[in-house]
Design a protein. Structure first.
Length: 224
């Protein structure tokens, strides 16, 4: 842990949470991901060894506790970081948005985020498998499956032999644009930027299942 050598509480707080990836690990815990592999799915470019090191740092600082069940949980002091994380997300949405860069369009994070933010009450009662093909992503990372067994939704990185009910062909960029609120879903569907194939009733209902990213409603600044 690097010290800033200052009595300022901002500096002392950053000594704990200011290292790269640390607040993203806290973000995943705030989102309800309590197991190591669940947290890793939310930070897919982070190595397992680095995640283990960051979790140990948070434990040593009293922000995280590791239960015998294998789950990690935020302590009261760790949970007090929630408004900090949300505030950074709001500020980032308003002021830190970069021009679209393909290298930022992490498909695993996109699909992991999407699968845990569905309107569960609107999902079909019958088991449904939604296959996604992201055309602009390298082949080995371009296909994903959502296995819906209401109220559970499982994200699969390989086809485990189940029948695909709905097929969605799109690009990571198009799906991110919708997910982050940059473009409306109906526009993406009309232009075929997102194409859905399957039973007409499910094709019609699929848009109703999706929530948007929690920061999608944040208003952008009116900058001249």
């Amino acid at each position: 842990m690097t010290s800033y050598g200052q009595f300022c509480p901002v500096a002392q707080a950053l000594e704990i949470v200011g290292e790269r990836w640390t607040l993203l690990v806290v973000r995943e815990l705030l989102c309800g991901n309590y197991r190591f592999n669940q947290i890793l799915n939310g930070v897919p470019l982070m190595s397992r060894s680095l995640l283990a090191a960051r979790l140990r740092t948070l434990e040593d600082a009293g922000l995280v506790v590791h239960h015998p069940t294998g789950e990690y949980a935020l302590t009261p002091s760790g949970r007090e970081l929630e408004p900090v994380v949300k505030g950074l997300g709001i500020w980032g949405t308003r002021w830190a948005r970069k021009d679209n860069r393909p290298e930022d369009n992490d498909p695993v994070l996109l699909m992991w985020d999407l699968h845990r933010n569905l309107h569960v009450d609107r999902l079909p009662a019958k088991e449904t498998v939604v296959a996604f093909w992201l055309r602009d992503v390298e082949a080995k990372r371009s296909r994903y499956w959502l296995r819906i067994q209401k109220p559970e939704v499982e994200l699969c990185l390989t086809n485990q032999g189940f029948e695909e009910t709905l097929k969605i062909e799109t690009t990571a960029q198009a799906l991110i644009d919708v997910w982050m609120g940059h473009k409306p879903l109906n526009q993406a569907l009309k232009s075929k930027a997102i194409a859905i194939e399957g039973p007409p009733g499910l094709v019609r209902d699929f848009p109703k299942w999706l929530k948007l990213n929690v920061f999608a409603p944040v208003p952008r600044p009116d900058v001249a």
